[in-house]
Structures are given as C-alpha cells and as structure tokens.
Design a protein around this ligand. Structure first.
Ligand code: RIB
Length: 297
C-alpha cells in the first residue's frame, strides 16, 4: 500500500494570454475549479496507475473540503487518514498562460494543521513540501522505522528552510524527485556542486531529475553506478500544472509493484507528458489503460 502524506487543495484556475508581472493586472474570461494539492494529485496519479493508496492530510469543515474528499474517494484513494480541522480547506490560485506556463499561489489553510497521526503501515510513503517541513520529517522517520521506503518530492522549495531539517529529511529519503530548479536549490542549500550525481552521492539516495520536455535523468547513490537519461515523447503542451505530481504518483505506483526504478520512472515520464495535453492537474492525468497503450503500443 502507498501512503501519500501531503497537501489537499482546491485549485481555482484562470487562463490568461500572459502571466501578470509584479504590479500588473491582466484579465481572464473566467475561472474553473479543479481538485488539486500536490499530495492529493500524487495520490490520484498513483491510484489511476493501479496502486492501492491511502491519503493522510487535512481539509476544512467547508464545501471545498467536502468536494476534495469526495474527489479522492471517487478516484479510489482511501481517505480515513484525512482529518477535518478548524481552518479553511487549502486553495491554490493558478494562472495558466497561452504557452502552457503557470504561476501558483497556495493558501495553505487546513494543510497547516496536518499532524503525524497515521495508522497505516505503507510499503512506500510519498511526501512533498507543501506541509510544514518538521511534520513531513517526522512522518518520513516513522515510515522508515516501520520498514517503508520513502519518496520525497522536494516541491515547492520552502522559503528559508532550516539546513539541519533538510539534512535530516535527506537522511530518511530513499528516492528524491526534483525538477532542475529544485535540484539547484537543494545543491545550493547543501553547498555542493550543482549536479544530479553530486546530489545523489551526497544525499545517499536515488535522485530523479525531471527536465520538462527534455525528459528525465536518474542518478544513483553509488558513484560507480551509471546514471540514465530518458527523452520525453513530444506532445502539444496546454498546461503543465500537476505534471510533476503525475510523475511522482506513477513512480510510486511502479516502485510499489516491484518494478525497477528505471522502468517505473520511464512510465512515470510518459504519464506526466500525457498530463500536459489538457487543463488541470488531476483532470489531465491519463488512465491506466491509456498509459499502457502509450507506453507499450
Ligand atoms: O503541482 C500542482 C499543484 O500545486 C496544484 O494542484 C496546486 O494545488 C498546488 O498545490
């Protein structure tokens, strides 16, 4: 069983010609409400790829929280670990430009009240950085002690993160999934050379770097082992929101099934690419059958 310990949001998405610069106002014809949150997106991606998934997180006692929980349930994600707290449900304000770029502000709300209480004994624990770093660290330490493997998606990069918490997080990480900006931020915080090889060797975990339409690279903690680069297929990109979450969820699903890291990452890359073809995070993720047909035609 995969446990995703993380954020649950409702996304309010506006389409714009160009994303507003600081101090500027731009108009959008309207907005659409989607289910989101990095944690919830990763849980849905893993469930859609065929895994048994439990979500641990929090929502508010409001309509958005009810909608977020209902959506997880409809996607086959267990919600017994989702608590209802006295803060509004997390909400992400997202603008997507005509060329598929996005800018996101998350009002964390109930995500700030997630505690470490989780009763499930997962085979893999998946975490991101949308909850308090200390709470995420505790969850990963508990999971590791119970024999689980841990997958950390270092997104979003926390502002002003305590270096000692970062070091402790990496000590209990088996697989680290980052994009190039997140990799740079981590290398800088750790005062190491900016490269996947160095990060994997320093953090003593597998590092998977997602490089947008260029594909992914996989680095091993053992410096003698060879890294691997895989090219992404080409698609017409409409919206990249949630592509990284799709990658992480499908990767977790593959690892949970016992698939090799390289093959699990290859499928995850295909799934993330397909998820860029339409709007929304979860709404754009491919089904298991669609992914299968694309990966193994
Ligand atoms: O990664 C995309 C997600 O980031 C969105 O769904 C939004 O909720 C934010 O958490």
């Amino acid at each position: 069983m995969i446990c995703v310990f993380g954020s649950i949001n409702i996304d309010l998405v506006c389409r714009v010609a160009e994303i507003a610069r600081p101090g500027e106002t731009v108009l959008s014809p309207g907005y659409t409400q989607y289910s989101g949150g990095k944690g919830a997106n990763q849980a849905v991606a893993a469930a859609r790829a065929g895994a048994i998934v439990e979500m641990v997180g929090a929502v508010g006692a409001d309509g958005l929280g009810d909608a977020a929980k209902a959506n997880l349930g409809q996607n086959g994600v267990g919600i017994s670990g989702v608590s209802t707290v006295d803060l509004p449900t997390g909400c992400a304000f997202i603008v997507v430009s005509d060329d598929g770029e996005n800018a996101i502000t998350v009002a964390s709300g109930a995500n700030r009240a997630v505690s470490n209480a989780f009763s499930h004994k997962p085979s893999i624990l998946v975490c991101q950085m949308e909850l308090a770093a200390g709470v995420t660290l505790r969850a990963m330490q508990i999971a590791r002690r119970s024999g689980a493997r841990t997958l950390l998606n270092f997104a979003p990069v926390p502002a002003g993160m305590d270096r000692s918490v970062l070091v402790e997080l990496l000590e209990v990480t088996d697989y680290l999934a980052v994009n190039e900006l997140e990799m740079s931020a981590l290398c800088e915080a750790l005062s190491v050379v900016r490269s996947g090889e160095t990060l994997a060797e320093h953090a003593r975990c597998y590092v998977i770097v997602t490089r947008g339409d260029e594909g992914i690279s996989i680095y091993h903690p053992d410096p003698e082992a060879k890294s691997l680069a895989l090219s992404a297929p080409s698609v017409h990109v409409v919206d990249t929101t949630g592509a990284g979450d799709t990658f992480v969820g499908v990767l977790a699903s593959g690892l949970g099934e016992g698939t090799s890291l390289n093959e699990a990452a290859r499928r995850a890359m295909f799934s993330a690419t397909l998820a860029c073809r339409s709007f929304g995070a979860q709404s754009a993720m491919p089904s298991s059958a669609e992914l299968q047909a694309y990966c193994d035609p």
